[in-house]
Design a protein around this ligand. Structure first.
Ligand SMILES: [Zn+2]
Length: 132
């Protein structure tokens, strides 16, 4: 399912159940944008989405500036997610500012994946240029 406005968390259980019954299958959450493509997917656990680190370099920056957010004592970073897409040869984007405020964790997920995981906190339409 499509979610480019930071509302992955609002895809509630009722919607999951309806999709499962109508399509006779399991639905996965995605984070994507027209500009950069699908950059994260859900595994159904923990409320986080896995970043597709095979195609994206992920950074977390201060939404009011360009400085990287350091990893906190709890092993997470909270700030605006910035992505570099390595998989689009025709229209690469380098350090694309998404305007989405996330909490990023690199703790191993219960599903076994070890990619960065994000929980989307908010979508902040920022007035800065899309690329840093
Ligand atoms: Zn997982």
């Amino acid at each position: 399912m499509h979610s480019d406005d930071g509302d992955a968390a609002d895809l509630d259980q009722d919607k999951h159940d309806r999709h499962a019954s109508v399509w006779s299958g399991r639905r996965s959450d995605l984070m994507l944008s027209t500009e950069i493509g699908a950059w994260a997917f859900g595994c159904g656990r923990d409320g986080y989405l896995h970043v597709n680190e095979h195609e994206f370099i992920v950074e977390v920056v201060d939404p009011a500036g360009t400085e990287l957010i350091p990893v906190g004592d709890d092993g997470t970073q909270t700030g605006e997610i910035v992505l570099t897409n390595l998989g689009r040869a025709g229209s690469p984007l380098i350090r694309y500012r998404t305007g989405q405020i996330v909490k990023l964790s690199r703790k191993p997920c219960k599903c076994g994946r070890r990619t960065a995981q994000v929980a989307v906190a908010a979508f902040e339409p920022v007035a800065h240029a899309a690329a840093m």
